[in-house]
Design a protein around this ligand. Structure first.
Ligand code: SAM
Length: 230
């Protein structure tokens, strides 16, 4: 039996490509976006009361990872990217029905626009539903996950002086906490776990409308080189 679902809105996000998006929400509090609601949910009635809520669950589609044939096993980055495990034991993007879920901060409700932070969502992500976070029910202090028992250890992030100056200039122009966003996302070490890059190898990702380039002067350290308009 097939069921169909329709987006209730789309996320306009600071993340313009998948690479360097944190692997879970809350890891980069400076990661901001706006959920723009579609008719008939854009008239204010559907979000009435939501201003009393600090965090929401978003159910969304991994629209850039949809596949016809479901995978039964995946190789999560958490296990080094070379060990497979059952898809239902992971939060992998490649999964049956392509549904993701994230708890994000709801900063402001502005008509049909929900201002969000701490997101891990690609720009253009279709959202299927919004539910208020209910602390007494959703927070389980005794919960155990031996595969992902704690947030990954952050890696050190340094800047070239010129790169930091560029980032500050673009932060002012955008009115966004761009320096914090870059530091919080790169501290998650976006490179695949199996890559041991030489210091001259450069990586890049796009946040908002800027391209950020960095390298690994040492395996345990990132240095941001430049932040330029895309
Ligand atoms: N918190 C969600 C969950 O548990 O369902 C997402 C976890 S998933 C491991 C996070 C990754 O999904 C991000 O690092 C990003 O690369 C990817 N991603 C985010 N939005 C996406 C989208 N719309 N389509 C495909 N991949 C997406």
């Amino acid at each position: 039996m097939a069921y169909s679902v329709e987006p209730i809105g789309f996320v306009r996000s600071c993340f313009k490509e998948k690479f360097a998006i944190p692997r879970q929400p809350q890891l980069a509090p400076a990661a901001r976006g706006v959920l723009e609601l579609l008719p008939p949910f854009d008239q204010g009635e559907a979000v009435q009361g939501l201003e009393q809520v600090s965090h929401v669950w978003l159910l969304f589609l991994f629209h850039e990872a949809l596949e016809d044939k479901p995978r039964l096993k995946v190789r999560p980055p958490r296990l080094g990217g070379n060990k497979s495990i059952g898809v239902f034991a992971t939060r992998a993007t490649h999964r049956p029905n392509g549904i993701g879920q994230s708890v994000v901060r709801l900063d402001k409700v502005e008509g049909a626009r929900l201002h969000l932070s701490g997101i891990d969502l690609l720009d253009g992500t279709p959202v299927l539903d919004i539910k208020p976070y209910v602390p007494y029910a959703d927070n389980v202090p005794a919960a155990v996950n031996a595969i992902a028992s704690a947030a990954p250890e952050p890696i050190a992030v340094q800047w070239l002086d010129a790169g930091l100056a560029q980032a500050r200039t673009h932060a002012m122009r955008l009115g966004e906490p761009l320096v914090a966003l870059i530091e919080q996302c790169l501290a998650q070490d976006p490179r695949p776990a199996y890559q041991k890059p030489a210091p001259e190898r450069e990586y890049g990702a796009r946040f908002w409308d800027v391209d950020v380039r960095w390298h690994y002067p040492r395996p345990d350290c990132i240095c941001v080189l430049e932040v330029v308009l895309s």
